[in-house]
Design a protein around this ligand. Structure first.
Ligand code: ATP
Length: 452
């Protein structure tokens, strides 16, 4: 337990120190569960999103992209069921006033300093908690200057509804036919009762969602297809296979409208938890929007002359949660030549910086050559120039930032125009001609395989 807590503490501190993730509004004491991505974090997150977009949109001809607005017509959330049902049961401790999700008491700790290390379940057994009350997780705000019920709008709690209400706009504009999908990356907001575990559960987060519209009867086949596709995606991201599993929703977990649901789970230091949900949502969503909007949302198949409401297979992933997973999975400590190092074994495709460029010493023309290499490589991928301190320390700084390659200009470079390329994970060093550096590194990045 102590080791696990230590890992999260070390990661949180590395994220702050190296500029991956900062607490929001820190100079004011921070804002619970809100975080800001720093220079390395923003690159990592962008790379995760690009990798998803490429897999889900750009390399496919049956999925289109969308960027819908965060604020939507309030009726959308009535139709979706969020106004009535997007609730969590909340209980308060009458003694220490700590607040818990009633379904998450098991595993939670008592909030009182008087009972340090005490399980919340014990407090529940002793009758210290209030009865559970249902709490709606949607953030509310008002559109325009008058704060009354007529102007109430919600900050979307998921990006999916923006896709459903646009299905025929997208279909017509892009001349797609069923089966086809719509993908979207965007912010979602949930007033979670108990956010926590760093960026795992926050109140503002980004989702990467894809809704695939299919003919009823073909839905389970597509469901299986998307389970396999999405699982392979995490493999490409460099996440260790042994740390991933599918969790099938049993009858008590399954949403009333879903015909089948699986979560892709990762073994976080705080247990197996959901990374992404894959759901067969049947025709529930479009039926409800048809009922609430009064618009006919039937699909007409020209070829077979059939009319039906499409079924939807959804793949819903959290972007911030994927970034956190990538960081946790990449975090490692080892010893090189008797010296401890912290290393992030990030897959090159998502690493914020692909290579560090170093002159061995700050003389004999080495910095000039290194700078030239730096500027030439910058046109191909993000690189970082560092001439400060011993070369070992410069390597360590890049290891901690997850940079997969280190390029060193040394005495031999000035003789034969070659440099050493050091690989972060294997520590293998290869001499490469300067004019072959970009293709050498690109080839290495393309062939990258994470060691289990
Ligand atoms: P949970 O049961 O953990 O509250 P959920 O089943 O409600 O999650 P979904 O509605 O399926 O989650 O959301 C899809 C994805 O969005 C999740 O798999 C997760 O990656 C991400 N996500 C959901 N809620 C949050 C949150 N509060 N903070 C960060 N990511 C989230």
């Amino acid at each position: 337990m102590a080791e696990i807590a230590k890992l999260m503490d070390k990661l949180v501190s590395l994220c702050k120190r190296r500029g991956f993730i900062f607490p929001s509004s820190e100079i004011y004491g921070g804002l619970n569960s809100c975080y800001d991505y720093g220079p390395l974090g923003v690159e990592l997150k962008r790379n995760v999103k690009d990798y998803w977009w490429k897999a889900m949109v750009q390399t496919r001809d049956d999925i289109e992209g969308l960027d819908a607005s965060i604020l939507m017509h309030p009726r959308v959330w009535e139709a979706s069921g969020h106004v009535a049902n997007f609730t969590d049961p909340m209980v308060d401790c009458k003694e220490c006033k700590a607040r818990f999700r009633a379904d998450q008491i098991e595993g939670a700790m008592c909030g009182s300093p008087t009972y340090k290390g005490r399980k919340a379940g014990k407090c529940a057994d002793e009758g210290k908690f209030t009865d559970a009350r249902l709490f709606n997780l949607m953030f509310k705000t008002f559109m325009g200057p008058v704060e009354d019920a007529a102007n109430l709008v919600y900050m979307r709690p998921e990006t999916a509804q923006g896709i459903y209400v646009n299905v025929y706009n997208v279909m017509q504009a892009s001349r797609q036919r069923i089966p086809f999908g719509i993908a979207q990356i965007g912010k979602a907001f949930r007033n979670e009762i108990t956010p926590g575990n760093f960026t795992f559960r926050t109140r503002e987060f980004e989702q990467m969602e894809m809704q695939f519209f299919v003919k009823p009867g073909t839905d389970m086949e597509w469901f299986e297809y998307w389970k396999a596709q999405r699982s392979a995606w995490y493999d490409g991201l460099g996440i260790r296979k042994a740390k991933l599993q599918f969790h099938q929703h049993g009858p008590t977990e399954l949403a009333h409208y879903a015909a089948a649901a699986f979560d892709i789970e990762y073994e976080f230091p705080f247990g197996w938890k959901e990374l992404e949900g894959i759901h067969n949502r049947t025709d529930f969503d479009l039926k409800r929007h048809m009922e609430y909007s009064g618009k006919d949302l039937n699909y007409f198949d020209d070829a077979t002359r059939e009319r039906y409401i499409p079924y939807i297979i959804e793949t819903s992933a959290g972007c911030d949660r994927t970034v956190l997973t990538a960081l946790i999975d990449a975090y490692d400590e080892d010893v090189i030549e008797g010296e401890a190092r912290t290393v992030l074994r990030l897959a090159p495709v998502i690493a914020p910086i692909k290579a560090g460029v170093f002159p061995l010493v700050k003389k004999e023309g080495m910095p000039e050559v290194a700078e030239k290499i730096f500027h030439a490589l910058k046109r191909h991928f993000p690189v970082f120039y560092d001439d400060g301190g011993a070369i070992g320390r410069r390597y360590r700084r890049m290891d901690e930032a997850g940079t997969p390659f280190g390029i060193t200009v040394d005495g031999q470079t000035l003789q034969d125009q070659t440099v050493t390329v050091r690989e972060r994970d294997s520590l293998v060093q290869t001499r490469v001609a300067i004019d072959k550096l970009a293709p050498f590194i690109q080839e290495k990045m393309a062939g990258y395989k994470r060691r289990e």
